[in-house]
Write a protein that binds this ligand. Structure first.
Ligand SMILES: Nc1ncnc2c1ncn2[C@@H]1O[C@H](COP(=O)(O)OP(=O)(O)OP(=O)(O)O)[C@@H](O)[C@H]1O
Ligand code: SF4
Ligand SMILES: [Mg+2]
Length: 323
């Protein structure tokens, strides 16, 4: 349903040739959750903003590649046109709902605004739709809560309101950029279950961005791992967790604390992710990779596959079956 092909996002003036995101390709099908993981600065948010058409131009812009929704190229289409095209499109929710909601407007008014912009309905009809949307995201006493201000709701409830606003335009794709990072674990699980339920109920594709591999294992059908603005590996969630191909994916898995293993220290991947502009030749992960060989530091890195849906970019994948 959503296809991103060889996306390159650049920063600054075209002559600087500073690419923040390079050659990123993925697809999301109906009713599917794609988890997008990678450490801070790997380009997850920039990729999602490019899909939304919300890159802060002219600082960041799409240098090349295509973003297709149901086969139509939306790369150059501004977000308001995507909304006006009618049902379907891409909606997004962010990490901290309080910074997205207007603190001086009641939540009912904010949801009604989204309804009005999307389908033109006003007055009682918009009010009714706002209440239905709040019920859809399982907010108790929806009628009453329409009159609440954002500060009167808990963090979990505010994130549900953001999801309600996102659903107002009946999106085909929901992008969630770390929507549960600011929530406690119990509320996080409730919001994750809600997203999964909505994805199944509306046959909606979800791009779920997170640092948390536990969350990915709970929610995602497939996972894409980004490193240094590029895709390191993509695969079905079970396969990627049990049979990672890319040493970076293996490193991320190794960082998940396992109380049963009795380790007294947190494990990390030594070194730092490359900053844009400080990009090493060849494989960007080479300075941190235990498996690096001289060939890794020169030229293009080959794609390797382990089955139809599982692939990585690496000269020496962890699973030899992929060679
Ligand atoms: N406006 C901008 N101009 C230039 N570079 C930018 C701009 N915004 C972000 N970047 C750079 O782009 C890179 C990718 O940033 P991005 O926000 O996509 O990372 P991320 O994977 O979402 O990280 P996090 O997990 O911390 O949210 C970072 O190195 C960041 O410094
Ligand atoms: S290409 Fe080489 S350096 Fe890069 S991840 Fe694979 S083995 Fe490591
Ligand atoms: Mg981010």
């Amino acid at each position: 349903m959503l296809t991103v092909k060889n996306l390159v996002v650049a920063a600054g003036h075209p002559s600087t040739k500073l690419d923040i995101v390079s050659d990123v390709s993925f697809e999301i099908n109906r009713g599917e959750v794609l988890g997008l993981v990678g450490e801070s600065g790997s380009g997850k948010s920039i990729t999602s903003l490019a899909v939304m058409g919300l890159l802060p131009h002219p600082q960041l812009w799409v240098r090349s590649g295509a973003i297709e929704l149901d086969g139509a190229d939306i790369t150059e289409e501004p977000p308001h046109l995507r909304v006006e095209r009618g049902h379907g499109g891409v909606s997004m929710i962010f990490q901290e709902p309080m910074t997205s909601l207007n603190p001086v407007l009641r939540i009912g008014e904010q949801i009604e605004e989204a309804v009005r912009v999307h389908d033109g309905s006003t007055g009682e009809i918009a009010r009714k739709r706002a209440r239905e949307l709040l019920e859809m995201v399982r907010i108790p006493d929806a009628q009453l809560q329409l009159n609440a201000y954002p500060h009167e709701l808990s963090g979990g409830m505010r994130q549900r309101v953001m999801i309600a606003i996102a659903l107002a335009c009946r999106p085909q794709i929901l992008i969630a950029d770390e929507p549960t990072t600011a929530l406690d674990v119990t509320v996080q699980m409730q919001v994750l279950s809600l997203i999964r339920e909505l994805c199944d109920a509306f046959d909606m594709g979800v791009l779920f961005i997170t640092h948390d591999l536990g969350v990915v294992s709970e929610l995602a059908d497939r996972v894409t791992v980004m490193y240094g603005g590029r895709i390191a590996e993509t695969g079905p969630v079970g396969e990627l967790f049990h049979n990672p191909l890319h040493p970076y994916t293996g490193g991320l898995m190794g960082c998940v604390p396992d109380p049963a293993a009795g380790h007294r220290r947190f494990r990390t991947i030594p070194g730092q992710a490359p900053k844009p502009g400080e990009v090493p030749q060849g494989c960007k992960f080479a300075p941190r990779c235990d498996h690096a060989q001289p060939v890794c530091r020169a030229g293009a890195v080959p794609a390797v596959a382990a089955g139809a849906n599982h692939a990585a970019h690496c000269h020496f994948p962890l699973s030899q079956e992929a060679l």
